[in-house]
Design a protein around this ligand. Structure first.
Ligand code: BGP
Length: 469
């Protein structure tokens, strides 16, 4: 591994900061949605707002050299007019200064889903004005933090928050509407290009990318029908983000397909030209699992998401497009996420072949229920998971893929969207019931040794085959 390889963990503002109404922070769409629906929320979360120093110190003590976190828009910008909240800006200066004090490279996400409610009330991502408002927010971030940040990303996972918010309906604003999903998707990709333009025009130091929830697509067999289903799935899951951000173009066959039933006239030439011109410097890939598909056969579109942690509940069928299936030979988590490290290796290779851009693996981890009352959580499953996924990265690097960093999700236990805090991902346990006490898990110590060994500690193996066995 290159000496500059970045090893660290990731978090997101809403999921860890807490302090939801402190120091003039405005409510985000998640605050309002979870409060109104009486669901477990991130009001306090891991209280990172007050404990960031301890958290960042523990990263450094764990041998990590980087921290990926996001900036909260409603903490930094007070209103639709774009007024800056100096207290919010000061908080992120404290975080950045603490990172530098401990030799931790900050890797900054501009937007990780916490849209200010004052914009959600105006239609959120369905409202074109939000693109310009986001651009303003991004400029405020570049202006204030530009000197302290080398790695920026415009958005975390457009696929996930747009599809869940407007198509599946399990995230705010809870809609199930294809046309609106298309508006939202387009606005986010356009807003991302506006931020890249602002970054280039401002001549800020560093680089800018985008983070995608990457699910490389596999098919159940080699038939032509399966290949077609795979292309639909790839367009739905990956291409509208990665092609658009990296190549500057929405997939033409996706737009053609959608235009058979839906309006695409909102895609304006002058905006598409901005998307074409302002592509990213690198891509961030969050990898949890692949998407395994078979051709669609019958029935209506069905999109069911498992938030209960009771196995066997999720379903993705898109009428006339594809059906997602489970591999009977794979292991799945209680939340129906397949454990499939080979998918990361294949996906990295594919992304490299298509885009030829440097890649950071910006999230990777496994969510489980854990008893954190013990002195040290013995999370061997997480160690095995990380070992196998880092091995997959190393295999991809051996095949020539330019990979620059690895971020465990998450640096420490935090709030998991709609799943509450019982779905734990952290390298450090947070005892939410007991005064937010932090205790490193076994995986934290393993990660430290692994980094110190420059990944020589990784048990290497080659993956074989690519079909269901
Ligand atoms: C990604 C998000 C993260 C994080 C992670 C785990 O999609 O970027 O914010 O939450 O997934 O997902 P979950 O918490 O839903 O299990």
């Amino acid at each position: 591994m290159d000496k500059n390889f970045l090893w660290g963990g990731a978090t997101a503002s809403y999921q860890c900061e807490g302090a939801w109404d402190v120091d003039d922070k405005q409510p985000s769409m998640w605050d309002v949605y979870l409060h109104e629906n009486n669901l477990e929320n991130g009001d306090i979360a891991s209280d990172h707002y007050h404990r960031y120093e301890e958290d960042i110190r523990m990263m450094a003590e764990g041998g990590q050299n980087t921290y990926r976190f996001s900036l909260s828009w409603p903490r930094i910008i007070k209103d639709k007019e774009g007024t800056v909240n100096e207290k919010g800006v000061a908080f992120y200066h404290r975080i950045l200064d603490t990172c530098h004090k401990y030799g931790i490279e900050p890797f900054v996400t501009i937007y990780h889903w916490d849209l200010p409610q004052y914009w959600e009330a105006e239609g959120g991502w369905l409202n074109h004005q939000v693109c310009a408002a986001y651009e303003h927010f991004a400029k405020v971030c570049f202006e204030n933090f530009g000197e302290k940040v080398t790695y920026w990303t415009t958005f975390n996972e457009p696929k996930w928050f747009i599809v869940n918010g407007y198509f599946i309906g399990n995230y705010p604003p809870g809609l199930q509407d294809v046309q609106k999903t298309m508006y939202g998707a387009y606005h986010v990709m356009y807003a991302s290009a506006l931020a890249v333009r602002a970054f280039r025009e401002g001549n800020y130091p560093g680089e800018i990318g985008i983070v995608h929830s990457y699910t490389p697509v596999n098919g159940v067999d080699d038939s032509i029908e399966t290949k077609i289903a795979m292309r639909y799935a790839d367009n739905y899951c990956n291409n509208w983000i990665l092609d658009t951000a990296a190549l500057g173009e929405f997939p033409i066959d996706l737009i053609a397909k959608l235009s058979e039933k839906y309006d695409v006239s909102f895609m304006k030439q002058e905006e598409l030209a901005i998307i074409k011109q302002y592509t990213v410097d690198f891509i961030g890939l969050n990898y949890y699992a692949r998407t395994l598909v078979k051709p669609y056969t019958e029935g209506e579109t069905q999109l069911i998401f498992n938030h209960s942690g009771k196995k066997g509940q999720s379903k993705v069928v898109i009428k006339n497009w594809f059906e997602q299936v489970k591999d009977p030979n794979s292991e799945y988590t209680a939340w129906d996420t397949e454990i499939y490290p080979k998918g990361l290796q294949d996906g990295l290779l594919e992304a490299w072949q298509r885009y030829q851009l440097p890649i950071f693996v910006t999230e990777n981890g496994v969510g489980v229920r854990e008893d954190v009352s013990v002195e040290c959580v013995q999370d061997e499953y997480r160690i095995a998971f990380m070992n196998d996924h880092i091995n997959a990265i190393m295999n991809a690097m051996d095949q020539g893929v330019d990979i620059r960093g690895y971020y465990a999700w998450a640096s420490f236990d935090l709030y998991s969207w709609k799943n509450g805090v019982e779905k734990r991902y952290g390298l450090v346990a947070v005892d939410f019931e007991n005064n937010q006490v932090r205790k490193p898990k076994a995986s934290y110590y393993w990660f430290k040794e692994m980094i110190a060994s420059n990944a020589r500690l990784i048990t290497r193996r080659k993956f074989e085959g690519d079909k269901i066995k």
